[in-house]
Design a binder for this molecule. Structure first.
Ligand code: WAQ
Ligand code: MG
Length: 260
């Protein structure tokens, strides 16, 4: 599902929210209802153009992958958090210039993208040609939502006892599924992301194939957020994008123990 205001995305509409699921047919009515509710009740505004697309996927084509291991870091200020995020990316071999360019690119977004920008991990140049749209990663989900959340809580006890439908659990589950799928292409170097939802100041850095939650990645109330995926020089761009957009992936609940 992707929802926009002021017209459809393809006709200049502003991105409001989106969600990607990969479920069996019996779950479709419930997933459709949840997508509809999300589109109509988002804090960024009321969607007036909603695009819901259902693709059938051959179950034999599904790839099963484990989630990235999770770490978590809290900082006193957004500035400290962003500086530490760049350092984290640099420690995994991504250049300082690429890390800073990615940070700036997200900070300078005038309106939300519905997809991610792809950057060269050394030169810091943008590689994809999707402009304001970006690459929308799709066809992924967790293999079993209940077990996924149970294991997630076990490795991250600091998540507390919020219900499974709590915004934090939903955001983390979706972001971890996306980041784990993103990391599964050869040539993947890392990711920088934070939400464009004004009430959600948490972001993450994926580097060295670890998902590290970063708090606070922006000021509460800011609607500026986005995603940058890094590829090592020479990584196959077209194949990576094709995998991100089309390869069906289910993320298992084989969590390695939390690093925090
Ligand atoms: N594929 C590529 N990029 C996407 C996708 C997708 N499927 N979905 C969102 N994006 C990009 C797009 O530019 C959005 O504007 C931006 O990311 C933010 O999307 O607690 O909630 O759904 O550990 O607002 C991260 C922290 C939350 C989770 C990220 O992103 C945690 C989040 P949002
Ligand atoms: Mg959002």
């Amino acid at each position: 599902m992707r929802a926009a205001d002021g017209g459809i995305h393809e006709d200049g509409g502003t991105h409001i929210s989106g969600s990607e699921r990969l479920v069996t047919e019996d779950h479709i009515p419930a997933v459709l209802e949840a997508a509809w509710r999300r589109a109509k009740s988002h804090e960024l505004g009321c969607a007036r153009a909603i695009n819901i697309r259902i693709d059938s996927v051959d179950s034999a084509a599904i790839r099963y992958i484990p989630p990235l291991p999770i770490d978590s870091k809290c900082y006193a200020t957004v500035e400290q958090a962003r500086t530490a995020s760049c350092v984290r990316l640099e420690k995994s071999g991504i250049s300082k210039m690429a890390a800073h360019r990615a940070m700036e690119a997200i900070c300078n977004l005038r309106q939300s993208m519905r997809g991610a920008m792809v950057f060269d991990a050394i030169s810091g140049e943008r590689l994809d040609e999707f402009g304001e749209r970006g690459v929308r990663i799709s066809h992924m989900d967790c293999e079993n939502e209940e077990n996924f959340i149970k294991r997630l809580r076990a490795v991250m006890p600091q998540l507390g006892i919020d219900g499974a439908a709590s915004p934090v659990i939903t955001k983390l589950r979706e972001a971890l599924v996306l980041a784990s799928k993103a990391a599964a292409v050869p040539g993947y170097a890392g990711e920088l992301c934070w939400s464009d939802d004004p009430n959600y100041p948490i972001g993450y850095v994926a580097s060295g194939k670890v998902y590290c939650r970063i708090v606070p990645m922006k000021e509460l109330g800011s609607s500026v957020g986005g995603r940058v995926l890094f590829l090592w020089p020479g990584a196959p761009l077209a194949e990576s994008i094709d995998y991100w957009q089309r390869q069906p992936v289910l993320v298992t609940h084989e969590f390695r123990k939390s690093l925090c």
